[in-house]
Design a binder for this molecule. Sequence first.
Ligand SMILES: C[S@@+](CC[C@H](N)C(=O)[O-])C[C@H]1O[C@@H](n2cnc3c(N)ncnc32)[C@H](O)[C@@H]1O
Length: 255
Amino acid sequence: MTDSASPGRDDEHIHATRAYYDDFSDRYEARRGGNDPGGYHDLVDDLEVDFVRRFGLGGDLLEVGCGTGLLLQRTAAFAKSAKGVDLSPGMLARAKERGLDVAEASATELPFPDETFDVAYSFKVLAHVREIERALAEMGRVVRKGGFLIAEFYNPSSFRGLAKRLGPPGEISASKDESHVFTRFDSPDQARAYAPPGTRFVAARGVRIVTPVAAALRIPFVGAALRRAEWLLCDSPLRRFGGFWIGAFRKENTG
Ligand SMILES: C[S@@+](CC[C@H](N)C(=O)[O-])C[C@H]1O[C@@H](n2cnc3c(N)ncnc32)[C@H](O)[C@@H]1O
């Protein structure tokens, strides 16, 4: 996918995404963060946080699209410092209640000087950004040389991609469902091509590779087996079939 947005269209897009997540913020954690122990969302979050730890232990971290701060709270526990930005005041209100260092900003215009962080990471966010290459370039700009960008994409070639194409949109509030937000799907090859100049692909992880539907994780024994399989396979060649494909890119020391 490529972007061909005019400034006017982009403002509208950003406005609609903000409104969507402001609406969603009341229910966002209904099945997350211990509200559904061992559930699907916790598995996804655990695999994401674990991947950040690999690159970000003891570093200065930025979460782009931190939402309610569920992940940021966890990465802050192993970082030297941790900041977050998000478009939605509704989502950020919860992050602020958690005492996190967060600010309202768009991924496409990060309010930080060049080379401020060791790692900039983003989960379940870039799929809602039309100007995805601009957002990745911004992440690259604020990362120090030798540091890392960690970016997650929605993969069309996956059980999740199939379910999203064929199934009804999920409800996120009394008046809205998932059809009210722009969502893009990018294959791992497309995702790698978006990496900003001066960065090099170093690693990938697939999340939700073999879990056909989220509800399968609730089935006794089957759920435990799927959970185990997801952890076993997340860094294997099958990662390219993860519903969420996470790429890590290193900012080169040169230049
Ligand atoms: C599905 S939530 C993910 C939140 C968090 N990363 C997590 O994993 O729990 C997506 C978040 O991305 C934010 N978002 C969407 N587009 C954005 C943009 N252009 N800039 C900053 N945040 C954005 C939304 O406001 C929302 O909080």
